[in-house]
Write a protein that binds this ligand. Structure first.
Ligand SMILES: [Fe+2]
Ligand SMILES: [Fe+2]
Length: 366
């Protein structure tokens, strides 16, 4: 995007990049700001002669689903799996799954004009279904971006909430085994799509478009997936959406045994997958709607400094603007454009937990 001279004819456009003041130490206006005559006068007053603009509004702010809504959906899915394992009729539990999936959708619909903040998602936890709820949230966000109707989003959310429910029938020692799986153990894990699909079809009258997600979420467009190795058009849209959300969530998950991988590499892998195995339009929709490093996140930079994410750079998810976190003195505050400074984020510091985690991880199984 070519910078344009700051003049009145830019009114009605949106800032494409966050603008710093002339000292380079403060954010003057965030990317996405609508340029009104007043805002343009402000820029001129601060001596900003050129700005990059876009004609369309940018999704740069962030939001996320309420934790109580997630916990309710996770509990509903777990109760549903338990009812089936116990051999009870699971109608009531299935109805609660549908209701809680619908509440994820209705909250997501309130956020449809903003990007989705990843940091509020919880760490991977298969047993309590939080992973599945994360996959549901991401699936809904992708579905919105792809223009699905409310009713379709509800069905997609139900399928995604239950996508791994077949794992309830896989022995826990195999499921939670640290380290590499043997070929036999991997074969056992690979049964979960069909096991889940069969059990949900028997126990509920959920729509086919929901349940097919259980069967197909590990299928890949080039036929390299499982359980059936089907290809391209045979993989339903909802399954394609959930499989991107699932793969993406698996990359972020902290499984303890797995080494960190820089986010740049994860995005490169997604781009490669988009050519053959996963649906490129689905990946594009995901990347349009997520903030990898939401505002306020504390991160460590490749030169070792700590910084707080201050504003997003549209079109460059990996390089937001950050404010260096000095050793206490507020006056030292300095805003940095990571792309211009040729710095990367190497670690996310989770203040609430007093823990650190790598920027993103790669799956070696999902
Ligand atoms: Fe799965
Ligand atoms: Fe999964």
């Amino acid at each position: 995007m070519e910078p344009r001279p700051t003049s009145a004819d830019l009114a009605g456009a949106y800032l494409a990049r966050t603008v710093l003041d002339r000292s380079g130490r403060r954010v003057l206006l965030k990317a996405g700001t609508l340029l009104t005559p007043r805002v343009l006068r402000l820029l001129v007053r601060h001596g900003i002669e050129r700005v990059e603009v876009s004609d369309t509004p940018l999704l740069v702010a962030g939001g996320s689903i309420d934790q109580a809504t997630r916990d309710r959906a996770a509990a509903a899915s777990a109760d549903f799996a338990q009812a089936i394992l116990d051999g009870r009729g699971a109608q009531d539990e299935a109805a609660e799954v549908a209701r809680s999936a619908a509440s994820i959708v209705s909250e997501a619909q309130q956020l449809r004009r903003v990007r989705y903040n990843l940091r509020h998602l919880r760490a991977y936890d298969e047993y309590t279904f939080h992973h599945s709820i994360q996959v549901a949230e991401l699936s809904v966000v992708i579905g919105q971006e792809m223009g699905l109707e409310d009713e379709e989003l509800d069905r997609l959310a139900v399928g995604a909430c239950l996508h791994d429910v077949g794992k309830a029938m896989i022995p826990i020692e195999v499921l939670h085994k640290p380290g590499r799986l043997s070929a036999e153990e991997y074969a056992v894990i690979k049964r979960h799509p069909r096991l889940g699909w069969e059990m949900v079809r028997k126990a509920t009258d959920f729509w086919h478009t929901s349940t097919i997600v259980l069967l197909q979420h590990h299928e890949r467009l080039d036929g390299s997936g499982y359980p059936d190795g089907i290809r391209a058009d045979d993989v339903y849209l909802f399954s394609r959406i959930a499989s991107v959300a699932d793969a993406f969530d698996a990359m972020r998950a902290d499984r303890g045994y797995r080494g960190p991988m820089p986010a740049a590499e994860v995005l490169a892998i997604l781009a490669r997958e988009a050519e053959r195995r996963l649906d490129g339009r689905v990946i594009q929709a995901l990347l349009t709607r997520v903030n990898l490093y939401p505002d306020g996140e504390i991160v460590r930079l490749s030169d070792g400094q700590l910084a707080e994410v201050t504003a997003q750079t549209p079109g460059d998810l990996l390089h937001p603007l950050v404010t260096l976190v000095g050793r206490g003195e507020k006056s030292e505050e300095q805003v940095l454009d990571l792309a211009a400074a040729r710095l990367d984020i190497v670690e996310i510091i989770d203040e609430r937990l007093g823990e650190t985690r790598p920027p993103l991880h790669m799956p070696d199984r999902a």
